[in-house]
Design a protein around this ligand. Structure first.
Ligand SMILES: Cc1cc2nc3c(=O)[nH]c(=O)nc-3n(C[C@H](O)[C@H](O)[C@H](O)COP(=O)(O)OP(=O)(O)OC[C@H]3O[C@@H](n4cnc5c(N)ncnc54)[C@H](O)[C@@H]3O)c2cc1C
Length: 317
C-alpha cells in the first residue's frame, strides 16, 4: 500500500539510479495521534518552510501517525533496458569492478552482486536453471537508456570494464521476458535460503567500502564456523548477509550478529538500509547512535505523548 511504502521508506534494486521512496514523496496527508488530519508538503518541487516534517514521516514505521494519502512524483518508464550477467572467479573481483563501472559515468538502474552459494538452493526450489555459466560470484547489471542502440553501446562499454577487472565473461540478457525471468529468480534467493536461515541482515555501507565489509564478514564466517551467503545491492552499498542455522548456531548467533553490525558501523555504515529498525534492531540503534535515539525519543514524545502509534517500535518512549 502507498502508506506502507512511504513509512518504511522502501527501496529496492533500482535505488542505485532512481533512489528510494523518499526521493518520490512530495506530500502526504497524515492522521496525527490526537486525531487531527494534517497535510504535509504538496505538489511542490521546492519547500524551505522550516523543518522537513515530510522527511520525518517518511520512514517513521508508523510510529508518528497514519498516512492516508501520498502525493508521489512519477516517471515515464525508460524505453530500452539491458541486463548483463557477469561471472567472476571470486567475489573480490566482482566487487572490485563496481567502482570501475561507476567511474565510466554510466549509472546502472541496478547493480547487484551474487555469491554462487545462493544459486544452488534457488535452482532446487524453482526447478529452473541459472541461465549462464556457474562461477564463484556474479554481477547482475541492468542499464536503461532512450534507445536500443544506446543501451547496447552502454552494455559493450560495461562488458569491457568488467573483463578488464577480472570477469570471466559477460552475458547479455536483452529481451524483457528473459530479464523478468532472471529478476524473478533473483527475487527467490531469500525464499530459497529461508528454511535454514536465522536472519537476513541489511547493513548499508558507503559503496566504496563494500569489498572491505564483505571480506570482513567472510573472516567472521571463518571465526565462528558459520556460513554467511551474501548478495546485495553493490551499487548502493546495501548488503544482504544471511546468518544460516549451521550446527550450534544458537550459541554463536548473538555474538556473530553483533560483530557484523559493529563491522558495518565501523566502516561508516548504518545498521539498516532497507528493513528498518522495528523491534529487532532497536537495541543496536540505541547502542550505536545514542544521541540520535535521544532526539528521536523527544520527537516521539512530542507527537505521540500517549504512545499509541506502533508502541515499542524504533524507540521506547
Ligand atoms: C521497517 C520496514 C522497512 C521495509 N523496507 C523495505 C524496503 O526497503 N524494500 C522493500 O521492498 N520492502 C521493504 N519492507 C517490506 C514492506 O512490508 C513493504 O515495503 C511495504 O511496507 C509494504 O506496504 P504495506 O502497506 O504492506 O505495509 P505493512 O507491511 O502493512 O506495514 C509495514 C509497516 O508500516 C506501517 N504502516 C503501514 N501502513 C501505514 C500507514 N498508512 N501509515 C502509517 N504506518 C503504516 C505498519 O504499521 C508497519 O509497521 C519493509 C518493511 C518494514 C517493516
Amino acid at each position: 500500500m502507498v502508506g506502507g511504502v512511504i513509512v518504511t521508506n522502501a527501496g529496492g534494486a533500482r535505488a542505485v539510479k532512481y533512489g528510494v521512496m523518499r526521493n518520490f514523496v512530495r506530500g502526504m496527508e497524515v492522521v496525527l495521534p490526537d486525531g487531527e488530519v494534517m497535510e504535509i508538503g504538496g505538489k511542490l518541487v521546492k519547500d524551505c518552510a522550516g523543518y522537513s516534517l515530510l522527511n520525518l514521516f517518511i520512514g517513521s514505521e508508523g510510529t508518528l501517525g497514519i498516512v492516508t494519502k501520498g502525493i508521489l512524483k512519477l516517471m515515464a518508464p525508460p524505453p530500452s533496458s539491458l541486463m548483463l550477467i557477469v561471472p567472476y572467479n571470486s567475489l573480490h573481483d566482482a566487487i572490485k569492478s563496481v567502482p570501475a563501472i561507476l567511474k565510466t559515468g554510466v549509472l546502472p538502474i541496478s547493480l547487484e552482486f551474487i555469491e554462487d552459494d545462493v544459486i544452488g538452493p534457488t535452482e532446487e526450489l524453482t526447478k529452473k536453471k541459472w541461465p549462464v555459466m556457474r562461477a564463484k560470484a556474479y554481477l547482475m547489471i541492468i542499464v536503461d537508456s532512450t534507445s536500443e542502440e544506446e543501451v547496447m553501446n552502454i552494455g559493450m562499454k560495461l562488458t569491457e570494464v568488467c573483463i578488464e577487472n577480472g570477469a570471466i565473461d559477460a552475458f547479455v540478457i536483452d529481451t524483457k521476458s528473459k530479464q523478468e525471468e532472471l529478476l524473478e529468480f533473483r527475487g527467490i534467493f531469500y525464499e530459497a535460503l529461508k528454511e535454514n536461515m536465522a536472519e537476513i541482515l541489511d547493513i548499508s555501507v558507503p559503496p566504496s567500502k563494500i569489498a572491505e565489509y564483505v571480506e570482513g564478514t567472510k573472516k567472521l564466517s571463518e571465526k565462528y564456523g558459520m556460513s554467511l551467503p551474501t548478495y546485495g545491492h553493490a551499487g548502493d552499498g546495501n548488503v544482504h548477509t544471511h546468518i544460516m542455522k549451521d550446527e550450534g548456531w544458537e550459541e554463536k548467533y548473538e555474538a556473530l550478529r553483533k560483530e557484523i553490525h559493529e563491522l558495518g558501523v565501523s566502516l561508516g555504515g548504518t545498521i539498516t538500509g532497507e528493513h528498518g529498525v522495528g523491534l529487532t534492531k532497536k537495541g543496536y540503534l540505541k547502542e550505536f547512535e545514542p544521541k540520535k535515539v535521544e532526539l528521536m525519543r523527544s520527537i516521539k514524545r512530542a507527537i505521540d505523548p500517549d504512545n499509541i502509534m506502533n508502541p515499542g517500535k524504533i524507540v521506547d518512549i
